[in-house]
Design a protein. Structure first.
Length: 611
């Protein structure tokens, strides 16, 4: 959150880094396979007569019935943004053997190749093929090579390409290097509002299992049971499982269907502690002044359901010692006394509102580098909460407060001390205050959605380690998290699940960013590391209240279009969502002061929409 109208050097560096790297983003390389040996060599489903079975492809890929080279189907895939529209699969081969890869393609700049050969990887390509053109390349496998990956892809911004009748001829694969059989006996067990237990029969030769929800791989399992988390209450889901070994994945099992329970909700639940079905969240400038003017707690209108006091800040970056100093009268004319401030907080709480202390902000970097800093953080934040009788805590860590150490590539098991210590501190505070404790987070987009491309890869913005750095914190606290309201502003372009870049200034940006949180997404393109979706009652959308409040302001009509698309699936524009979420919690804005400065336009639009 900003104290003033300047975007700050960190945001400018972020935008510059993104601009410099858009053309260098690699394509999707996560691979899976259902390859099987045949007398004439490995079978590929290279004619795509079985759809995309066995291939792992870009989201733009599909099978078409025209044009085709042979049979009744062919592959069509369209490069988009930084995605070269790759389709790939891994097949079993013999070591030290000669193979020929061949296929027919149409389009501009179409590639056919093989990687992981153990010798020299090879490819063939055509600059322009108005009609079907055959591409052929050969390779020899290495002395220890038992599988290779064959692929086809296009090139950035060149339009759709087609591929058909892809074949790999040579000795059949090594015995024992075939994918396992399809799992049987998939069934559901305990079902809650947000989780479903699954179990299935073991498969001989399987080293693990891939779990699919509604056709999308959501997690991996080493045994024959797992719990799928992060589900939406009162929603039907279809689950499948595939067996995995070194040669790839089996076909998916028969589906098992389960409907999650209704949202337990209600005060003291720990996930929805007494909030209305749709909540308006705003930050109140309580410790500083800027051009928006000072607003007393007692003058905050009743429309605001969650009031975040901005800000509690550290005495030093690594101390963990957080102090909340109210704005002095010399800086904030009309500021109320401490006694009146506390009395106004109690009055808001009596009316059902939640008042939180927000830690961080643009100027308050917090890095819990040690366990001592963690413990100091817990004790100092508790002192603020107790001293003012607050309902909970908002985490607004910005700048370099959270950065990933080298090698920290799994959001499910973080190793970076500042992240591990923050998780521990928040869990301690949650345990101390119990189910009624309100915990919210307000990260910037590159801390969250940018993890879709770059988490733990160090490939973005000049080795910027912050991409997705909030993901392990959100994931570890998802059962305790009341609200996540990402700051959809002061942001560079972000790639959505459609593999297109979306920019601030309209409803599409908010729709795409929120859809990612409610759908879940593979982290850095790795389908074995899928960030599970949050419940809609945990998600708010962060927006500036006015043009003065920050870059990325959208007019009330665009706010309404955003809500219509996400809650009703109407007016969605160019982005197609992966669901409809009438239970979306609401909106967050920076800030109450700036909305007052703008004659309460943000609040009025929220009230008109949700009644």
């Amino acid at each position: 959150m900003e104290r003033d109208r300047r975007s700050g050097p960190a945001v400018r560096r972020l935008l510059a880094g993104l601009t410099a790297t858009l053309l260098a983003v690699p394509g999707i390389t996560a691979l899976s396979s259902a390859a099987r040996a045949a007398d004439a060599g490995p079978a590929l489903n290279g004619g795509f007569e079985s759809g995309l079975d066995g291939w792992t492809c870009t989201p733009t890929a599909k099978t078409v019935t025209s044009p085709v080279h042979g049979g009744t189907a062919a592959l069509q895939a369209t490069p988009a943004g930084s995605d070269n529209a790759q389709c790939a699969r891994t097949v079993s081969v013999q070591p030290d053997s000669q193979y020929t890869l061949s296929g027919y393609v149409r389009g501009s700049y179409v590639y056919l190749g093989a990687s992981g050969t153990g010798t020299t990887d090879t490819s063939a390509w055509t600059q322009s093929a108005a009609d079907w053109q055959q591409l052929t390349t050969t390779f020899r496998t290495g002395a220890a090579t038992t599988e290779v990956t064959v692929y086809t892809h296009g090139w950035y911004g060149t339009g759709a390409y087609y591929a058909d009748d892809i074949s790999l001829t040579g000795p059949p694969g090594t015995p024992g290097q075939q994918p396992p059989a399809t799992p049987a006996g998939l069934k559901t067990g305990t079902v809650t509002a947000t989780t479903v237990d699954l179990s299935w029969s073991p498969v001989t030769g399987a080293t693990g299992y891939a779990v699919y929800r509604d056709g999308t791989k959501v997690q991996a399992a080493t045994g024959t049971s797992t719990t799928v988390t992060g589900l939406t209450p009162a929603t039907a889901y279809s689950f499948q499982v595939a067996a995995v070994n070194a040669a790839g994945e089996s076909a998916k099992s028969a589906a098992a269907v389960a409907t999650t329970a209704a949202d337990p909700g209600g005060p003291g639940n720990g996930q929805n502690p007494g909030l209305p079905a749709h909540a308006l969240v705003g930050y109140l400038h309580a410790s500083f002044a800027n051009g928006s003017g000072y607003t007393r707690m007692a003058d905050v209108p009743d429309s605001w359901d969650v009031i975040d006091l901005a800000f509690g800040e550290p005495t030093s970056v690594t101390s963990g010692d957080i102090r909340f100093n109210r704005c002095p009268v010399t800086e904030c004319p009309g500021v109320e006394s401490d006694a009146d401030f506390k009395a106004a907080i109690k009055a808001k709480q009596a009316a059902g509102k939640k008042v939180l202390i927000s830690i961080g902000g643009q100027n308050g970097q917090v890095q819990l580098t040690t366990t001592a800093a963690r413990d100091t953080f817990v004790s100092s934040v508790s002192k603020i909460i107790d001293g003012y009788g607050l309902d909970g805590l908002d985490i607004d860590f910005e700048g370099h407060s959270l950065s990933l150490d080298a090698g920290d590539t799994d959001f499910r098991n973080p190793t970076t001390p500042v992240i591990v210590n923050l998780i521990s501190a928040l869990k301690t505070l949650k345990a101390r205050y119990g189910g009624k404790f309100v915990l919210t987070m307000a990260p910037e987009t590159f801390f969250v959605q940018m993890g879709y491309q770059y988490y733990g890869t160090g490939k973005w913005g000049g080795q910027d380690p912050r991409c997705g750095a909030y993901l392990p914190v959100i994931h570890a606290l998802r059962d305790d998290l009341t609200l996540l309201h990402v700051q959809d502003y002061n942001s560079g372009p972000i790639m959505g699940l459609d593999n297109q870049y979306h920019s601030m200034g309209g409803a599409d940006f908010h729709i795409a960013m929120t859809d990612m949180l409610l759908t879940g997404f593979p982290v850095a393109g790795d389908t074995t590391r899928v960030f599970p979706p949050l419940r809609p009652d945990q998600v708010g959308i962060g927006m500036p209240a006015s043009t003065q409040a920050g870059n990325g302001y959208v007019a009330p009509a665009e706010v309404t279009r955003t809500l219509d698309c996400l809650t009703r699936k109407t007016g969605c524009g160019s982005y197609t969502t992966h669901g409809t979420w009438p239970g979306l919690r609401g909106l967050m804005t920076w800030s109450i002061n700036w909305d007052r400065f703008g004659d309460w336009q943000f609040q009025k639009n929220f009230d008109a929409y949700f009644g």
